[in-house]
Write a protein that binds this ligand. Structure first.
Ligand code: NAD
Length: 501
């Protein structure tokens, strides 16, 4: 039985007595416990981060960047171990866990360039013998609060840039899969990061709420579901903090009749069922524009029938279990709801065979196979709710306009994709769709580290997306300096408003 603790000031910390159970999703068995921080535990982590801030802020850009380079090498060397940890608590297959580590490492690599990213501007002679220049400085202690579905990648969207900018960091990972955070903390220490610059508090609402209220926390990055994102944004900003809070999603793939249907079917199955659909950029709705619906569904069903479901550490498995029993039951409830709402259940994931087990519904562990619902009525709950599992809904639409209206009428605006061979239609879509991240014949358009990640509407509260140059902006404050070195020509006292002469 493992016992997952906090990491404060460069060492493991026990904290309060409260704990939560950890599970192996592939078997359903309890695998250990994770500490749940009290307000006092959070205060200890913030105090460590605050104490480490002055020296870290003053460390040269090259020194900070060298620590990041070393961390990158250590993470790369430990990527298999990290992926195995993720898989054992989250359930995703090993190759998928490796994928999230490598996408996170791209942000570390981006942040290694911090000396370039923090360059300011300089204007010589804005007035007679007066120069102006801009600089950006760190905020102080910043916090990251992250979801279960990417226990390594989502924290890596945040902390490399935050710390490269000179901030110190307190991470509050998901209590469902907390172990990756401690391995990353140890690797930071091995990379030469001073103690207190990176801290981890394990926990639930109590830890989150204390971080949101703590006067020494200057900025909060959050990724999770929309109701909690809204709470984090409203509470954090009410306490004077800078907040970026990324929420949930319901991503639609619009398929025009001229699209390559084999590419579409491969893409819909990959993007719908990768990581058991527990991705904020998963495709959960296919909008099939008439008349291609029947042919496309047939191609999707053929591919789904070939998917191999099994434990994350079995190299033959392409899709693992869901994260918890409660979540699996919630996702599975949409199979009956969908039928009640008028959809046709064309693939029932409860019947899918699990490697080494029986049918998903009868195998111990949190299993549900890939499920396809066709003719899902637009506006039904199956169409609009974020199900966050291996359930792909097909909605039939008569035209591009009808599809676009369904996307733009939705609550979320995280990701979307159009599949077509018509460049004009694709261009029109990217212009008209109210979504933050758009794929053209690409089903999961996750921006690279040097662009910024974020959605619109209920998928993001705040105005700054994560990583890329917006990330650097979020974790720094600007100053503009106007400077004159006196020379014999200075004009004496002048009470007039400064103008440029
Ligand atoms: P969640 O909202 O339940 O939890 C996210 C974090 O908030 C966790 O650290 C959790 O401990 C904390 N939390 C939970 N309940 C809280 C409460 N009442 N008060 C304060 N804090 C609380 O999300 P999850 O289930 O871990 O992750 C899945 C969700 O995250 C999905 O909705 C998914 O779309 C979303 N997500 C979004 C993005 C994005 O980029 N927009 C990326 C990944 C995941």
């Amino acid at each position: 039985m493992k016992s997952v603790k906090h990491w404060i000031n460069g060492a493991l910390a026990d904290g309060d007595d409260r704990t939560a159970e950890l599970f192996n999703p592939a078997t359903g068995e309890v695998s250990g416990h994770v500490a749940l921080a009290s307000a006092a535990d959070v205060d200890a982590a913030v105090a460590a981060a605050a104490a480490a801030f002055p020296a870290w802020r003053d460390a040269s850009l090259m020194k900070r960047s060298q620590v990041l380079f070393r961390f990158r090498e250590l993470m790369y060397a430990h990527r298999d171990k990290l992926a195995a940890l993720i898989s054992s608590e989250h359930g995703k297959v090993h190759s998928d866990a490796l994928g999230e580590v490598s996408r996170g490492l791209e942000v570390v690599e981006f942040a290694c360039g911090i000396p370039h990213l923090l360059k300011g501007g300089f204007s010589e002679g804005v007035s007679t013998r007066v120069d102006s220049y801009s600089i950006r400085q760190p905020l102080g202690v910043v916090a990251g609060i992250t979801p279960f579905n990417f226990p390594a990648m989502v924290p890596m969207w945040m902390y490399p840039i935050a710390m490269a900018c000179g901030n110190t960091f307190v991470l509050k990972p998901s209590e469902k899969d907390p172990s990756a955070s401690l391995l990353m903390a140890r690797l930071w220490q091995e990379a030469g990061l001073p103690d207190g610059v990176f801290n981890v508090v394990q926990g639930d609402k109590a830890a989150v709420d204390r971080l949101l209220e703590h006067p020494d926390v200057r900025g909060v990055s959050f990724v999770g579901s929309t109701p909690i994102a809204r709470h984090v944004y409203e509470t954090g900003t009410a306490h004077g903090k800078r907040v970026q809070a990324l929420g949930g999603a319901k991503n639609h793939m619009l398929v025009l009749p001229d699209a390559d249907l084999d590419l579409v079917a491969d893409s819909a199955v990959s993007a719908g069922f990768g990581s058991a659909g527990e991705r904020c950029m998963a495709i959960s709705v296919v909008l099939a524009v008439d008349p291609i619906g029947d042919e496309l569904v047939q191609k999707i069903v053929e591919r789904v029938g070939r998917l191999v479901i099994g434990p994350g550490d079995d190299p033959k498995a392409q899709m693992g279990p869901l994260v918890t029993g409660i979540h699996r039951d919630k996702v599975a409830s949409y199979l009956d709801l969908g039928v009640e709402e008028g959809a046709k259940l064309v693939v029932d994931g409860r019947e899918t065979a699990v490697l080494g087990g029986g049918k998903a519904a009868e195998t111990p562990g949190f299993w549900l196979g890939p499920t396809v619902l066709d003719h899902v009525p637009p506006g039904s709950r199956t169409h609009t709710d974020e199900i966050f599992g291996p359930v792909l809904s097909i909605v039939r639409v008569g035209s591009y306009e009808e599809g676009l209206e369904l996307i733009n009428g939705g609550e979320y605006g995280n990701g979307t994709a159009i599949f077509t061979n018509d460049g004009g239609a694709a261009r029109r879509f990217q212009n008209e769709v109210e979504v933050g991240m758009i794929g053209v014949n690409v089903p999961i358009p996750v921006p690279m580290a040097f662009y910024s990640f974020g959605g619109w509407k209920a998928s993001l509260f705040g105005d700054t997306h994560v990583h890329g140059t917006e990330g650097v902006h979020f974790y720094t404050r600007g100053k503009v300096v106007t400077s004159r070195w006196l020379d014999p020509s200075h004009g004496g006292v002048n009470l007039g408003f400064p103008t440029n002469g």
